[in-house]
Ligand binder design. Structure first.
Ligand code: FES
Length: 125
């Protein structure tokens, strides 16, 4: 396990979802309540970016929505809350979810422990 400095608390605790590279790993960091949380920037559906895609990045109240097929995840726990309900930010008819899923079963995000020391923020990969 590696502990990697990813920035300062004041840079990262602004309510936006930040995309960064830590030790060669693509990571997202976002503020939920008073704390920062981090996860791998790779959707467990098809392995695509959670911050770059046709639906654009979406992050609200601790929830990340994939910009590709709209799967939603809890950034704190990685829990999957909805699996492939649409495309590019638009929801599709319920019957089409299995087609969009391409046979992939719901899976959680890989989350990382975040540590704050003074102003410095570290992620444990
Ligand atoms: S790649 Fe994220 S939901 Fe399909």
């Amino acid at each position: 396990m590696a502990r990697v400095r990813v920035g300062t608390f004041s840079e990262l605790a602004d309510g936006r979802l930040h995309s960064l590279t830590a030790g060669g790993t693509a990571v997202i960091v976002g503020q939920v309540g008073e704390a920062l949380h981090a996860a791998r920037n790779r959707c467990p559906h098809l392995g695509l970016s959670l911050t770059t895609g046709p639906g654009g990045p979406r992050f609200s109240e601790g929830e990340v929505q994939c910009p590709w097929h709209n799967s939603r995840f809890d950034l704190c726990t990685g829990e999957n809350r909805d699996w492939t309900p649409g495309f590019a930010g638009r929801n599709m008819p319920r019957w089409s979810r299995r087609l969009i899923a391409l046979g992939r079963k719901p899976a959680p995000l890989t989350t990382y422990r975040v540590e704050v020391e003074g102003e410095d923020v570290f992620v444990h990969l």
